[in-house]
Design a protein around this ligand. Structure first.
Ligand SMILES: Cc1cc2nc3c(=O)[nH]c(=O)nc-3n(C[C@H](O)[C@H](O)[C@H](O)COP(=O)(O)OP(=O)(O)OC[C@H]3O[C@@H](n4cnc5c(N)ncnc54)[C@H](O)[C@@H]3O)c2cc1C
Length: 340
């Protein structure tokens, strides 16, 4: 049994920054994530892509942002419990009892749910045999683009991820972009680049086509695609990438008696508490009038939720607002040189 001040569900960017905000006010957090790595959507969906709207950071990638957030919380020596899903929660006196998929038990007066879109899963190819090649020829996300160097790749999808990766990978691989409609639904600018690359012979576009079959025994040799009239074409390929978006699966969070609004958790904007005392929701998973699903909004939400957690974690103490620039307490917690 692990006792802590705050259990944070989700190691995405918002969960990570919440740990920082808890740490500087002296609260201890444990973090659980059902993915095998830290970083949430930033790492799982777009580790290599540039982000331009983190305040005061001109440009970073999903991966570098995650690294910086981890560096920032290093002084707090936070424990991460990865590959573990929070399954059940129940109330025990003034605490919440939290049980994970590995039967680990946590006891905490506060829970911060930073679960993003829940246990998100990519939408997969709806054809027989596709599972057999998953992560061995068929991929739904890219963690290392160098792996695809000089390969023959079919990219399926018409949204931003499909277009962006087609553009990026066409720099060093042979790309065929396949989409079931004539028009792409991703950003117009990216669609224009893709068409320009096709004219220059740097990639091929097949629309409107859908996957029909995958050929190969231990590895993929080729695929067939079919058009709206059922005409079939064969394409030699080593790899197939599917970018059909995510299935938003709230998972066990939906069973915890929290109010839900279209798979999101309504919160008050004063402290981001849910309908249950001591349970807060921040980041993509929460909703309130005007909510923007941006990392920077999640950072703000985490800052306020952390202060609210203080009341329940330290009922006999009064929270005192302090700036990081001048607070000796904060400097000590961060392990930085003492202020004058
Ligand atoms: C392609 C793309 C580009 C983007 N670009 C930008 C951008 O430029 N700027 C910007 O601000 N935002 C951008 N976003 C949005 C941004 O990534 C999200 O707003 C952000 O990731 C939300 O962070 P989060 O921590 O709330 O959730 P997430 O990043 O989704 O992390 C949630 C974590 O919770 C875990 N989890 C869920 N349920 C459980 C459970 N029951 N038990 C254990 N773990 C659980 C999940 O596994 C996940 O790791 C982009 C998103 C995408 C997809």
């Amino acid at each position: 049994m692990i006792k802590t001040d705050v259990l944070v569900i989700g190691a995405g960017p918002v969960g990570l920054f919440a740990v920082h905000q808890l740490g500087i006010i002296g609260l201890k957090a444990e973090v659980i994530d059902n993915l095998d790595k830290i970083g949430g959507q930033c790492i799982e969906l777009y580790p290599d892509k540039p982000i331009y709207d983190i305040p005061a950071v001109l440009e970073c990638t999903g991966e570098s942002l995650t690294k910086s957030l981890l560096e920032q919380i290093k002084p707090f020596k936070t424990n991460f419990h990865l590959n573990e899903r929070v399954q059940e929660i129940s109330k025990e006196k003034n605490n919440w009892k939290i049980k994970t998929s590995k039967d680990k038990i946590f006891i905490a007066p506060n829970i911060i749910i930073a679960g993003g879109v829940g246990s998100f899963e990519p939408r997969k190819f709806p054809i027989e045999g596709a599972e057999k090649f998953e992560n061995n020829g068929i991929y739904y996300s890219i963690s290392d683009k160098n792996y695809f160097k000089n390969k023959k790749i079919c990219i399926f999808g018409g949204g931003d991820s499909a277009l962006d990766w087609a553009i990026e990978l066409s720099k060093f691989a042979e790309i065929t972009l396949v989409h079931r409609r004539k028009e792409f639904r991703g950003a117009g600018h990216s669609a224009e680049i893709v068409k320009k690359l096709e004219k220059e012979g740097k990639l091929k576009i097949k629309t409107p086509f859908q996957i029909n079959s995958i050929e190969g025994q231990d590895k993929i040799n080729a695929i067939t695609i079919k058009d709206d009239d059922g005409e079939i074409e064969k394409i030699t390929a080593d790899c197939v990438l599917g970018f059909f978006g995510l299935i938003m699966k709230l998972g066990p969070i939906a069973e915890w008696g929290l109010n839900l609004e279209k798979k999101h958790i309504p919160v008050n904007v004063e402290n981001f508490q849910t309908n249950k005392g001591g349970i807060f929701a921040i980041g993509d998973i929460c909703t309130y009038p005007g909510k923007l699903k941006l990392i920077l909004s999640g950072f703000h939400e985490g800052a306020l939720a952390a202060r609210a957690c203080f009341k329940l974690a330290r009922p006999n103490e009064k929270y005192r607002f302090e700036f990081t620039t001048t607070s000796k307490n904060i400097h000590e917690r961060l392990g930085v040189k003492k202020s004058d």
